[in-house]
Each structure stands twice: as C-alpha cells, then as structure tokens.
Ligand binder design. Sequence first.
Ligand SMILES: NC(=O)c1ccc[n+]([C@@H]2O[C@H](COP(=O)([O-])OP(=O)(O)OC[C@H]3O[C@@H](n4cnc5c(N)ncnc54)[C@H](OP(=O)(O)O)[C@@H]3O)[C@@H](O)[C@H]2O)c1
Length: 241
Amino acid sequence: MNNINKMAIVTGANRGIGLEITRQLANQGWQVAACCRDINQAAAALKPLQDQGLSIELRKLDVTRKGDCEALAKWLQTGEQQVHALINNAGVLMDNQADGSADPLQLDPTMAMETFNINTLGALRMIQALTPLLAEGARVVNVSSGMGQLASMGDGYLAYRMSKTALNALTKVMAARLANIPAGAKIRVNAVCPGWVRTDMGGQQADLDVSQGADTIVWLASSEEITTSGGYYRDRKPIDW
Ligand SMILES: NC(=O)c1ccc[n+]([C@@H]2O[C@H](COP(=O)([O-])OP(=O)(O)OC[C@H]3O[C@@H](n4cnc5c(N)ncnc54)[C@H](OP(=O)(O)O)[C@@H]3O)[C@@H](O)[C@H]2O)c1
C-alpha cells in the first residue's frame, strides 16, 4: 500500500507504544494526527519527530470525551481529510496496585467502570465519530491485550481483562457493521495484542521494546496483506479469542 500522505489517527500518542506507532507510521510517509490528552507533555514528546520533518500534527483528545472525538472529526472534515487508519491505542491498567485492586475479590467496581470507559468505550467513541470519514480500504486497529483472551483467561487484573475482552467483542461487532458501509469500501477492523512491552504500563521487565510492540499494529494499519476483518493478532499471526 502506498502510504504517502495517508491520514492515520493514533490515540495515546504521547508515550509508550502509541508514540512508537506514530513514529513508525510517519516514517512510512503517513500524515499522523497524534491524539493526546495532555498537550504540553505531548508537545515535548513529539517535537523530536516533528523536527525530523515527519508529518505529525498534535490534537488534544481524551477518549472519554465524546466532544473531543467529534471535534477531531470536525477538524478532519474542515480539511476535507479522509481517514485511512484509526489506531485505538489509548489504554490504562488501573487494577495492578498493591492496594488490593489486582485481586478480583477486592476490586472496586468504580475502577472497573473507569477502565471500561477508557479502554473499551474510548474506542467506540472514536469509531462512531470517524466512521463517516473512513476512506476506501481504511483500517481500524484496536490495541487489545492477551489479558483479554478468553482462551487463556487467568486470575487477577479483572477490570483490565474485562475491558479488553469487551474491546475484542467491539472489534467483531464493528467488523460486521462496517463490512459494507459504504458498499464495497472494504474497511478492515482488527484487534491486536502487542505482546508484553517495556512501557510505563508494561514495566521494565517486559520482553519487548516499543518497536517490537508496535510492529503488528503498524502492519495491520498499513500492509496490503491484510484482507480480513474481525481478526485478533499477535506477532503478525491470528490468535484465539
Ligand atoms: N505495555 C504492554 O505490555 C501492553 C501489553 C498489552 C496491551 N497493551 C496495550 O497497549 C496500549 C498502549 O499501552 P502502553 O504500554 O503504551 O501504555 P502507557 O505507556 O501507559 O501509555 C498509555 C497511553 O494511553 C493514554 N491514555 C490513557 N488514558 C487516556 C484517555 N482517557 N484519553 C486519551 N489517552 C489516554 C496515555 O496518555 P497520558 O500520558 O495522558 O496518560 C498514554 O499515552 C494500551 O491499550 C495497552 O492496554 C500494552
């Protein structure tokens, strides 16, 4: 796929895997709207990439705010800009604390709701706001986690796990919903586990660096090889739900 001047939207683009996705896509020639909730922190993180001449525009966006998602759509519309890839990367892992929240028997349901609001409904808000702007062949990539995989579901991290299992469900439903909207548009909606990655969330003991963690996400967003929709991937291969 010739990616020159195609538009990618990346949420949570100011650090971790999102920053690396932004870097890799921009290096392939994409224009990237880097969506971040703290604009000052993001400006410092993204400036070195912009200084290299990469086409990265910073947009203030909190995925829990429907108005922010709609304002992004309006900005794109005003510029007569279609979207070729939407990467729903923003996420939180709140229930990993020594305060007991990692134990499902002690989890405060409010924490589960906050997690769901970001990890699952954030992607829903973005898809709802941007679907009218999706170009033919556009990709929606939902950054999920193996922690949401029912096939290997274990103890702990209940809020995070539920939010990612639900994100996987959202992926399947939207893949079906967007299959023919508009007719023949061939929009692909897929979920991905990046692996265990060294970021603020993953910690420094994790297996992979951010470049490895972003690899399958960027591949799903940009490769001609992607012809299926409603899949769940890790290391560029389908995995069980
Ligand atoms: N690291 C891993 O091992 C791993 C494994 C499996 C899946 N994942 C998934 O990969 C994605 C990226 O994770 P990461 O490791 O890069 O995490 P990270 O370093 O903690 O970064 C999380 C990003 O999400 C943003 N974010 C959080 N809440 C947001 C909101 N309400 N609106 C907009 N942005 C928000 C953060 O912005 P702020 O800077 O403003 O907080 C930050 O940019 C997540 O969806 C995560 O669940 C990670």
